[in-house]
Design a protein around this ligand. Structure first.
Ligand code: ADP
Ligand code: MG
Length: 453
């Protein structure tokens, strides 16, 4: 193939991916490069490993579908750092298969998984988050020496996770050798429980007690987890005493997290506790503009202001609206006018308000697998029953606010460790098995789009 032709095909694949996956489509997709195309595998070059990991986890299936549609062949897609030697054809042989697993494994041990959008550059500073932002910047300039621990709290959707990612990005940029662990508290608890089950507590401990920076998101999840609190306490002490940075986020201040041990509350208060508030109107307008810009969407001031007036409490609601606007704008030739925006937002706000129940989930899953609820609730352990049961648990965990115990209760009185195990099993499968990925996407779509009575 001529070079020109390859470039055109590659550009078409990127465009098609954006249409297929409007939620993830970003302007920076245009900067991805063609690496190679041989043996049915298309290599796509990314600027850094964070991007590789992000695309691998979130966009592999849409890139693959786009590549197959454009080329008409059964290609698989791989992501790699474009300057990395791993992607030279000479060393590619060493990797297992075409799914990039070795690359991923290697990467996992080093850097945390981050969202490429969640940088300081992409964070809009206003009165509601100025202090939280400033403390995050300060910590990233001099980890372990300014505010330790740094504790950020506030309601959902106000940018806590974004700020934590940004600290990691900045720290990584300044010091390539810094060892960081970034994870949700739920992940921390799950890994701790798994380590106990597998009898590898010392492996777990060395993983967390030897880092330069430990970032744990949503620590309110520690409530009622006595053993995890105990472990966390020792992890905290080990790091703190060695001058290592600890950053935490939660939905409420330390003292207000239910059944959090007093000794943890007091430690969380040792450093700086800072709050994020809902953003003002001006800040919201700026956020809308920033988010639209990241997607390569041109919207007028009038439209940005309209969206900012409509979306107030939770910035996350904005994302769905922008996705809809983007999807309509790219698939139709329509200009983005106020009417289109109104329709997109209305759908989004309704979806956010819509309450998804475990029953909705069970209905869709039993329908899909053609099994009965009584089977899911029974003790049957055949694959044909176990899988839909585990999928129900996984979806309930992701789409509802029910606790593990409640979810287990709906599915035949199973205890929380069973539910947790199922969720992590399906979660793993979702990442490693494209078929499972597609299935979960489809079920989720059905559940969230079921008309409400
Ligand atoms: P939280 O962790 O507090 O629930 P997130 O960090 O997940 O919230 O933020 C939700 C969404 O809102 C993310 O897409 C994030 O990028 C965006 N967001 C929140 N605050 C800001 C801000 N000040 N500037 C830019 N984006 C923001
Ligand atoms: Mg968060």
């Amino acid at each position: 193939m001529a070079v020109r032709e390859v470039d055109d095909i590659f550009a078409d694949i990127i465009d098609r991916t954006k249409t297929l996956d409007p939620a993830n489509a970003r302007k920076w997709f245009d900067k991805l490069t063609f690496l190679h195309m041989d043996g049915g595998s298309l290599g796509i070059g990314c600027p850094d490993e964070v991007t590789v990991q992000f695309l691998q986890d979130n966009c592999k299936s849409s890139f693959t579908r786009a590549a197959q549609q454009i080329t008409g062949h059964l290609v698989t897609v791989d992501f790699g750092v474009s300057t990395s030697r791993e992607f030279d054809s000479s060393s590619r042989r060493n990797r297992t298969g075409s799914d990039g697993t070795v690359l991923q494994e290697k990467y996992k041990s080093g850097s945390p998984k981050l969202h490429p959008d969640y940088t300081f550059d992409n964070f809009v500073v206003g009165p509601s988050n100025r202090l939280a932002h400033a403390s995050c910047v300060a910590v990233s300039q001099s980890p372990g020496n300014t505010y330790n621990p740094l504790f950020i709290y506030g309601n959902s959707g106000l940018g806590k996770t974004h700020l934590l990612h940004a600290v990691c990005f900045e720290t990584q940029r300044k010091s390539k050798s810094a060892v960081m662990q970034f994870l949700s508290c739920e992940d921390f608890v799950n890994r701790f429980i798994r380590a106990i089950e597998e009898g590898d507590l010392s492996g777990f401990q060395s993983q967390f007690r030897t880092v330069d920076m430990l970032v744990i998101d949503d620590v309110q999840f520690l409530r009622e987890r006595e053993h995890s609190q105990e472990e966390f306490f020792h992890t905290f002490n080990a790091l703190y005493n060695n001058g290592k940075q600890i950053i935490l986020s939660a939905d409420s201040p330390p003292g207000k997290i239910p059944s959090l041990e007093t000794r943890l509350i007091s430690r969380f208060n040792w450093g700086l506790v800072t709050r994020v508030d809902p953003p003002s109107y001006e800040t919201r307008v700026a956020i809308v503009q920033k988010k639209a810009h990241l997607r390569g969407l041109n919207i007028s001031d009038e439209i940005a202001e309209y969206i900012a007036r409509k979306v107030q409490a939770n910035i996350r609601e904005l994302e769905g609206a922008l996705t809809t606007i983007y999807a309509v704008a790219t698939t139709t030739e329509k200009v983005i006018d106020l009417e289109l925006v109104q329709i997109a937002l209305e759908g989004q706000i309704k979806a956010a308000a819509r309450h998804i129940s475990i029953t909705d989930i069970i209905e869709v899953v039993t329908g899909h697998f053609d099994v009965r609820l009584a089977d899911l609730q029974s003790k049957k352990r055949s694959q044909s029953i176990t899988e839909p049961r585990q999928i129900c648990m996984y979806l309930a965990r992701n789409l509802t606010k029910h606790s593990l115990e409640e979810i287990g209760g709906h599915l035949g009185g199973r205890d929380h460790t069973t539910v947790m195990h199922s969720c992590s099993k399906i979660g793993q499968a979702q990442k490693s098995d494209p078929q499972m990925h597609v299935l979960l996407e489809e079920l989720t779509k059905q559940i969230t789009q079921t008309p409400q009575a």
